[in-house]
Design a protein around this ligand. Sequence first.
Ligand SMILES: [Zn+2]
Length: 231
Amino acid sequence: MLRRNLLVDDITQGKLDPVVLDELAASLWPQDCQTCEWSLGDGQCALVVDVMAYMAHASIHHPKCSEPNWNDSGYHKVTSGPLISWVAVGTIIPAAVNGDQISYIPGVIVNPSLEMVNLGLGKDGRWELSTLTRVRESGFEPPMEGMKIGTPVRDSHLVITPTSWRVIIPGSIETYEVSPEPQMTKLVAKTKAILAIVTQAADPGALRPETMPSVMSSKHTLVGWVPLYEP
Ligand SMILES: [Zn+2]
């Protein structure tokens, strides 16, 4: 979301590096208020950071539902997982194969957490974004470090049903369900896998082709080759 639409209290501004605050704003996508569950709309959102020792959840709320604040009181409203929205969309990705030959591979773009970002306290005592840490530990990698097309990520699966794709990504508790175009599923018959792009740098449902390069170069984007589950 736009930084100017994010209401941040003075304590949070003091705790977080301005660069991290900008990254945080750029990784939050207003969908549902994390207090009342109603749509956040286009207005301003209040940033609430709940701190638990070395980690924290930063979430967005209607300003009338929750004031912006840095909560390290030890008392936390239990974050209701179902309140957090995720978005997954199927896509076809052009990939260069053998020099200038272009081949098309099926893929899915997932944002696992639109309204909440995890923070971790680094060794240097600074807070940094850590939402995708577990996905990275499971074998997903930044696209800039090379996409290992053909090398499956362990414990990841694509299940194809008559009407959908179900994508299982290790390190994530959700199963991401996608309604693909028929030609995407035809491509999977050839590749026997899809490229999963997991990002907090976009709302995949509102992604435009021209913003794709910035998503792929974001440090909050990871990719992995997810194999087709064949019983
Ligand atoms: Zn609300």
